[in-house]
Design a protein around this ligand. Structure first.
Ligand code: KIV
Ligand code: NA
Length: 270
C-alpha cells in the first residue's frame, strides 16, 4: 500500500519542490486528485460548490464530516486537510479543540485548516500542542466576508503589510505546519514566504510561495467566469454539457438504449 504523506513531510518541503494542493469534496474527484496532489483540502467552499449556498458561512460540522470521510476513504497518498467551518473554532480554544478533534476522529483526515492570523494564534497553539495539526489561512479569509464587505485583495496598500506579515508570522510561530496565503499582492506573498519557517501555500498570491492551491472545479473549467487568480486547465463544463445533451437527444430519438445495451431472453433449444 502507498504510504500517505505526513504533516512533517509537508513541513519539510519549505523552500523546496513546490507543494501541489487542490480541493476535493467527494470520492470521485478525490481519487483523481490523489494521483497528482500532495495535499487534498476538503474546503468549506463545499458549501458553495456542492450545496449551492451563497458563501462559505453556511458550511457545517456535519457537512465537513460527511465530505471529509468520503475524501479520506478514497485517497491513499495525499495529506488530507479538512476546513473548520465558520463558528466551530472562533469562540475559544476549547471549542476549537472539541470540534477539531471530532473532524479528525470522525473523518480520518490528518489535519484541519482554520482562518485568521494573530487573533487565532492562541487557538493554533492550543490545537497544535494537543495532537491536531493546523494549516493556517491568512490574507483574504472568505469566512470574514461580512466584515470585509466583499472579497478584496489584501495588501494593495503598503500600510497594511505589517499587519498581514504579523498574521502569518504569529500563526507560524504558534505551531501551524503551513500557511495558506489567499488574495494578497504578489510581492507581499513573496516577502512573507521568505519570512516564515513553514511552507506558504498560495491562492491569488505568488509563484514564490512554497506551494499552490485552487478549487478543483474552478481549474477544471466548470465555471464560465473565474477570477484572475484562477487558470482554467480544462474545459470540463463544456464536455459535461455535450455529453448530457447527446444523451438527452439519444433518449428522445429512441437511439438509446441500442442493441448493445439491452438484454435478450435465452434462446429456446428445440
Ligand atoms: O475552502 C477552500 O476551498 C479553501 C481554499 C481555496 C484555500 O479554503
Ligand atoms: Na476554505
Amino acid at each position: 500500500a502507498q504510504k500517505r504523506l505526513s504533516v512533517p513531510d509537508i513541513r519539510a518541503r519549505k523552500g523546496g519542490r513546490p507543494i501541489v494542493a487542490l480541493t476535493a469534496y467527494n470520492a470521485l474527484t478525490a481519487r483523481f486528485v490523489d494521483r497528482h496532489a500532495d495535499i487534498v483540502l476538503v474546503g468549506d467552499s463545499v458549501a458553495m460548490v456542492e450545496h449551492g449556498l451563497p458563501s462559505t458561512l453556511g458550511a457545517t460540522m456535519e457537512m465537513m464530516i460527511l465530505h471529509g470521510r468520503a475524501v479520506a476513504k478514497s485517497t491513499q497518498r495525499a495529506l488530507v486537510v479538512v476546513d473548520m467551518p465558520f463558528g466551530s473554532y472562533e469562540g475559544s480554544p476549547k471549542d476549537a479543540f472539541r470540534n477539531a478533534s471530532r473532524l479528525l476522529a470522525e473523518t480520518g483526515c490528518s489535519a484541519v485548516k482554520l482562518e485568521g492570523g494573530q487573533p487565532m494564534a492562541e487557538t493554533v497553539a492550543f490545537l497544535a500542542t494537543r495532537g491536531v495539526p493546523v494549516l493556517a489561512h491568512v490574507g483574504l479569509t472568505p469566512q470574514a466576508v461580512m466584515t470585509l464587505g466583499g472579497f478584496r485583495t489584501q495588501g494593495r496598500d503598503r500600510s497594511d503589510w505589517g499587519r498581514l506579515q504579523e498574521d502569518a508570522r504569529s500563526v507560524a510561530e504558534a505551531g501551524a505546519f503551513g500557511v495558506v496565503l489567499e488574495g494578497v499582492v504578489e510581492p507581499l506573498a513573496a516577502e512573507i514566504t521568505g519570512q516564515i519557517a513553514v511552507p506558504t501555500i498560495g491562492i491569488g498570491a505568488s509563484a514564490q510561495c512554497d506551494g499552490q492551491i485552487l478549487v478543483l472545479e474552478d481549474m477544471l473549467g466548470f465555471n464560465d467566469r473565474v477570477p484572475r487568480f484562477v487558470q482554467r486547465f480544462g474545459d470540463l463544463g463544456k464536455d459535461m454539457d455535450a455529453a448530457i445533451s447527446a444523451y438527452a437527444e439519444a433518449v428522445a430519438d429512441r437511439r438509446f438504449p441500442g442493441e448493445a445495451n439491452v438484454y435478450q431472453p435465452r434462446k429456446e433449444d428445440g
